[in-house]
Design a protein. Structure first.
Length: 283
C-alpha cells in the first residue's frame, strides 16, 4: 500500500452538471485532496480462487501474458487472437460471447505519439448503451453507431462489456514510473459518478461521453506494483445489462499517479492500451 496523491477528483459537495471539456486546451486544475491509500492489487488477487471470479468481483485483474508482439509500432493481427483467447478462456469462460476489436492498441509515454500520461481520474466508458453507441459514431460515423445499436437490441444479446487491456511496452525494468491506479466499481457510491463530455478526442470536434468522480473516502483504490512486459492489466471501462438496467455501474475509474516510493531514476514508462467490446449472448 502507498499513500499517493490522485488528481482530478470532483469536490464532495459538487452538484449540477459539468461543462463540456475540450482536451485540446489547458485544463483548469481541480482542488487537491489528501493523499489516498492505494492498495497492492497483487495481494488482493492472491486470495482469489480464479481470475474470472476476481475480475467479476473487482472490475479488474492482473494476468500473466507473454505476447508475441515484438514491435509495438507494427502490431500483427495475431495480437487480436491473443486478446480474444484471454477473454474467452480466462475472463469470461463458459459464456457465449461476440468479440469486437479495433485494429491496434494505442501507445502512450516516451517515444510515442502520446507522450503525456492521463494523470487525472476518469472513466473512458459512458453510463448507458445509448451513449456508448454515440461514442462509436463520434469516432467511426453514423453507420457504425446504427449498426452497433441495432446489434445490441437483438434478442440474443443479454449484455455488453468494454474491456481495456493495459500493459507496459519496450521497458527493460519493472514499472515504477507513473503506474495505474484503479478504483473497484463496487466500492463506489453511485451518486458520486458524474457524467462528463469531452471534445478533442474524436475527430472533427465531435463530443464523446465519459464520467468523472466525486471524492469519497470509502472508495477502494488499487495498483499492481512493478508490472513487467509479460503482464497485462484487464479492467472494465463500462458494462450494460438488459436484464438489470439499474445495476451498479461497473466503470473502472482510473488514473496514472506518481508512486511516492519510486526511485528518482526509475525507467520512464511506455505503455499501450487495447479496448475491446464484448457482447454477451443469451444461452
Amino acid at each position: 500500500m502507498v499513500q499517493a496523491q490522485l488528481n482530478g477528483f470532483l469536490p464532495r459537495d459538487f452538484s449540477g452538471t459539468l461543462p463540456t471539456i475540450d482536451v485540446r486546451k489547458p485544463a483548469q486544475p481541480r482542488p487537491p485532496f489528501p493523499p489516498v491509500e492505494v492498495e497492492d492489487g497483487r495481494r488482493l488477487q492472491d486470495s482469489a480462487a480464479h481470475e474470472a471470479e476476481f475480475f467479476a468481483a473487482n472490475g479488474f485483474v492482473l494476468l500473466k501474458h507473454e505476447t508475441s508482439v515484438r514491435d509495438w509500432s507494427d502490431v500483427p493481427p495475431a495480437f487480436a487472437d491473443e486478446i480474444e483467447d484471454i477473454i474467452r478462456t480466462r475472463l469470461l469462460p463458459g459464456k457465449r460471447i461476440e468479440v469486437q476489436q479495433r485494429p491496434a492498441p494505442m501507445r502512450r509515454g516516451r517515444g510515442t505519439e502520446n507522450p503525456q500520461y492521463a494523470a487525472g481520474i476518469h472513466s473512458d466508458g459512458p453510463l448507458t448503451a445509448e451513449l456508448y453507441a454515440h461514442n462509436l459514431g463520434a469516432f467511426a460515423g453514423p453507420d457504425v453507431e446504427r449498426w452497433w445499436a441495432d446489434r445490441y437490441a437483438e434478442d440474443d444479446v443479454a449484455a455488453f462489456m468494454s474491456i481495456d487491456f493495459w500493459r507496459t511496452t519496450n521497458m527493460h525494468e519493472p514499472l515504477r514510473h507513473m503506474p495505474l491506479a484503479l478504483c473497484a466499481p463496487n466500492s463506489l457510491d453511485r451518486a458520486d459518478i458524474v457524467p462528463m463530455d469531452f471534445i478533442g478526442i474524436a475527430p472533427e470536434g465531435r463530443a464523446t461521453h465519459h464520467a468523472a468522480l466525486r471524492f469519497n473516502p470509502e472508495q477502494q483504490w488499487h495498483f499492481s506494483p512493478e508490472m513487467t512486459v509479460d503482464e497485462v492489466l484487464a479492467f472494465k471501462l463500462c458494462e450494460f445489462s438488459k436484464d438489470e438496467p439499474d445495476a451498479q455501474p461497473q466503470n473502472c475509474f482510473h488514473t496514472a499517479f506518481a508512486d511516492p516510493d519510486a526511485p528518482g531514476d526509475a525507467e520512464e514508462r511506455q505503455s499501450c492500451e487495447h479496448r475491446v467490446g464484448v457482447l454477451i449472448l443469451r444461452d
